[in-house]
Ligand binder design. Structure first.
Ligand code: AMP
Ligand code: ZN
Length: 463
């Protein structure tokens, strides 16, 4: 496997620190609102990292954090008159629902910032005693000039980062000397901790480092996030972690590109975002969003539109129809497709192993679908080709995760059987009546060859 390491900005061969288990940390959501589909693009990428490693026979321990305390969560929970934990639970639950809907695999853990305060305090105390951190009125700060490698991930010198910080809109958390701990203010209400440190709460970047140490150890294989996290978040994580342990923190830093709307990053602050719930309300199959994301390399920007999403939804229906038709194809003369199929599968593996190139991998997948369509046109396949094809589809889908989208309710299956019988007895009017009934239930019957048919969802999109 080859991966693009942001640290060093080049493609490298992937060799884990420890053969037995690959350790991966992924920056997760801040649960102050529903995730938007830009956030979800990053989470789909985390899933692809996992599935690709598993495909290659690695064992994986992967965690994604949940930031359940920060300025926004505190502010919004107060506005709603809710306890912080009560408020963040709503969006934590929504986040898990979204992961499930998008067929994102379950990871080994989802640590919460509020449940990892002890580990943060240990680190901050250590950084203070090593002279990397200092106390000020409003908190405890990390002194970036003490860490000689500051800038090694983002490729910026300290001077440059300072001038960027003056020019860009970074909040105090991300200012050159960044806050490890923020002293309590009345705005924080009852959100504070006071054990080893003055009454207050953690800064943002310390959360991730502490959760890495607590759950995975001092040195890990992969740390992933969206590219906006390279600076200052990940640069800060390196500084505080490596200063604390004296060891290399992360071997491979992986960052996924943004999802754009009209050329601008999708974000809450620009009000140009969709949530998965929005797409569902508009009648979309959210797995079409998964396919849309995977059809671009993770390091390419994606310009999102509903029209493009519609196109992918149609593609999924076409794949469904091909697979259903192929399953029902009579087995006739030997086609001998096994070799071509195994070649396509090899190419597929090469693609995903080439820095998670799902764009190329999907081309390979479509090549296979094309081959099946040819057999369908010719009216037959054979046992060996069919077995090889089904196995290949299964393997490819163990990465793509786009085939099993929904199940058809029993009552709809029964209606379709009834309709088929009526058609067999040439009762076309009766059959049409049932077709409409099926439509009312949100499905449609697609007639294949002979008297074969399949049932797919009947999509109707709002605006
Ligand atoms: P947040 O909840 O803002 O901390 O972000 C969670 C994850 O989503 C991070 O890895 C971000 O880098 C990523 N992210 C935020 N906005 C976008 C976007 N428009 N496109 C892709 N990823 C994004
Ligand atoms: Zn993080």
């Amino acid at each position: 496997m080859r991966v693009y390491n942001t640290l060093g900005r080049k493609i490298e061969e992937f060799t884990p620190i420890n053969d037995k288990e690959v350790k991966i940390y992924c920056c997760g959501p801040t649960v102050y609102d529903f995730p938007h589909i830009g956030n979800l693009r990053a989470f789909i990428f985390y899933d692809i990292i996992r599935r690709t490693l598993l495909y290659n026979g690695f064992r994986v321990k992967q965690i994604m954090n949940i930031t359940d305390v920060d300025d926004k969560t505190i502010k919004n929970s107060k506005l709603r008159g809710m306890e912080l934990s009560e408020y963040t639970k709503i969006y934590t639950d929504a986040f898990f629902e979204d992961l499930k809907k998008l067929n994102i695999s379950e990871f080994e853990g989802y640590p919460r910032a509020t449940q990892s305060i002890g580990a943060m305090e240990t680190m901050i105390t250590g950084l203070l005693s090593k002279g990397y951190a200092y106390k000020s009125n409003d908190g405890i700060y990390y002194s970036v000039s003490k860490f000689k490698d500051y800038g090694k991930l983002s490729g910026m010198s300290l001077k440059e980062t300072k001038s960027r910080i003056q020019n860009d809109e970074y909040d105090k958390d991300s200012a050159a000397d960044f806050a490890l701990w923020k002293t309590w203010t009345p705005d924080d209400g009852d959100v504070y901790w006071e054990n080893d440190l003055p009454k207050g709460r953690p800064g943002w970047s310390i959360e991730c480092s502490a959760m890495v140490f607590k759950n995975l150890g001092e040195s890990i294989d992969i740390h992933a996030g969206g590219i906006d996290l390279i600076f200052p978040h990940h640069e800060n994580e390196i500084a505080q972690s490596e200063a604390f342990t004296g060891k290399r923190f992360v071997k491979y830093w992986l960052h996924s590109e943004h999802l754009l709307v009209n050329g601008k990053k999708m974000s809450k602050s620009l009000h140009n975002f969709y949530t998965l719930r929005d797409l569902e309300k508009l009648g979309f199959d959210v797995i079409a969003f998964r396919l849309l994301v995977l059809d671009s390399h993770y390091r390419s920007k994606i310009n999102f539109t509903l029209d493009i999403l519609k196109k992918y939804e149609k593609t999924l229906d076409d794949i469904d129809i091909t697979l259903k038709s192929y399953e029902k194809l009579p087995k006739g003369n030997k086609k001998g497709h096994e070799e071509v199929i195994s070649e396509i599968l090899n190419e597929f593996k090469k693609s995903i192993n080439n820095d998670f190139d799902t764009h190329e991998a999907i081309k390979n997948f479509f090549m296979l679908i094309e081959l099946l369509n040819e057999d369908i046109k010719s009216g037959s396949t054979d046992n060996e080709s069919s077995e090889a094809a089904m196995l290949a589809v299964q393997k490819m889908d163990s990465i793509l995760g786009v085939i099993d989208r929904y199940s058809v309710p029993d009552e709809v299956i029964k209606l379709a059987e009834e309709r088929s019988k009526l058609r067999d007895s040439n009762d076309w009017a009766g059959a049409d009546l049932i077709r409409n009934k099926i439509k009312e239930k949100g499905f449609k019957v697609i007639d294949l060859f002979g008297s074969n048919y399949t049932i797919i969802k009947n999509r109707q999109h709002g605006n």
